[in-house]
Design a binder for this molecule. Structure first.
Ligand SMILES: *Cc1c(COP(=O)(O)O)cnc(C)c1O
Length: 360
């Protein structure tokens, strides 16, 4: 059988923190997992994962889902009735990267607030808040916060800003959902306990398949009643899974063994940010690089993102064209110090050279 012609593996694959492959220890945990039929609630490993993660986040119950998008969409569906509204920032994953699912599945309307690199300014959502507007205008039911912020460049949301939104929305019955795909990174970078973030929200989704390194999976947490409803909708959407403890075991292993090491990803990201800023000060402000995501303003250095991605790729560094000016690099479990040093040299050299001079 002819094999697919894959290009040679890059030296540093910084395309996304979803690329991680299960480690030998994780594979062993998967192989040994005790399993049962989870649709009948009989998979003990899934139960353990749901309890582990809901406990960490300070919520009553959890639900294992195949993707973070599904975890988010179950939450949106349950918090917002058809025709009602959710508010999110204009770069949020729920409005930019879930292909309109909130509208397509749940009849939800959305309004967005502008943000600087995704950072939450409490005044911005509160300005849009519409409650008690009677039968002729759309009512706000939900505010979504993303932490860390993906397209913002790994931005950590200040707890004080989250609390300010909570203090204004809770008394008027507007709920809050945390898209915490990378909440783990915010926790490790700040030392703020996961449940300090978690308890400010009615529901939280977290990804196991990003920097934590599991091959699949997210967990949605909330009250027992909320999660019972989410379980019904998960099945309705066709995502009731059977002996899925094999995957939950990878998630449990990831939370136990790969959480603290996210600090290494942050240190490596910061190191390359400094190298890039030294070579090309306009490309990045290292003070704004807070976790495992590096956004480079390659346009400020004379590059188009597409040309920069191709030039870096030819030198063994895979990065992603994230916008009309920017290129994104993401650190994770499978990028070590040697790959980081290589990436730092390549990116800094290309930025310093500028697009026109280096092209060809
Ligand atoms: C990755 C991600 C998700 C979920 O993505 P899936 O690919 O559906 O697992 C949700 N929110 C943010 C911010 C993400 O980065």
């Amino acid at each position: 059988m002819p094999s697919a012609h894959l290009p040679p593996a890059p030296v540093a694959d910084l395309l996304s923190d979803t690329l991680t492959k299960p480690t030998p220890g994780m594979r062993a945990a998967m192989a040994e997992a005790v399993v049962g039929d989870d649709v009948f609630g009989e998979d003990p490993t899934v139960r353990e994962l749901e309890e582990q993660v809901s406990g960490l986040l300070g919520h009553e119950a959890g639900l294992f889902t195949p993707t973070g998008s599904l975890a988010n969409q179950l939450a949106l569906r349950l918090h917002v009735a058809p025709g009602e509204e959710m508010l999110a920032d204009e770069l949020a994953h729920v409005v930019r990267a879930e292909l309109g699912a909130a509208a397509a599945f749940s009849g939800i309307t959305s309004r967005t607030w502008p943000s600087d690199r995704g950072r939450l300014d409490p005044a911005a959502p509160l300005r849009l808040l519409a409650t008690g507007v009677g039968p002729y205008q759309v009512c706000t039911s939900l505010v979504v916060v993303e932490n860390t912020h993906n397209f913002g460049g790994g931005t950590i949301q200040p707890l004080a800003a989250i609390r300010a939104v909570r203090a204004a929305t809770q008394p008027v019955g507007v709920r809050m959902h945390l898209d915490g795909a990378r909440l783990w990174n915010a926790h490790v970078a700040t030392g703020i306990p996961l449940d300090d973030y978690g308890r400010e929200f009615d529901s939280v989704s977290v990804c196991l398949s990003k920097g934590l390194g599991a091959p699949v999976g997210s967990v949605l947490v909330g009250s027992s009643e909320f999660v019972a409803q989410a379980r019904i909708w998960r099945k309705r959407y066709g995502a009731g899974m059977r002996q899925v403890g094999i995957l939950a075991a990878a998630g449990r292993y990831a939370v136990e063994h790969h959480l603290a090491r996210l600090a290494d990803d942050h240190e490596r990201t910061a190191r390359v940010a400094v190298a890039c800023a030294n070579a090309a000060p306009a490309s990045v402000d290292p003070a704004g690089v807070e976790t495992n995501i590096l956004m480079l303003d390659v346009a400020a250095c004379g590059w188009s993102p597409g040309e920069f991605v191709a030039a870096a790729g030819a030198r063994g560094v895979r990065v992603y064209a994230a916008g009309p000016r920017s290129v994104r690099a993401v650190w994770h479990l499978d990028v070590d110090d040697a790959a980081t040093d290589h990436a730092g040299r390549v990116l800094a050299t290309l930025l310093a050279g500028g697009g026109r001079e280096s092209a060809g």
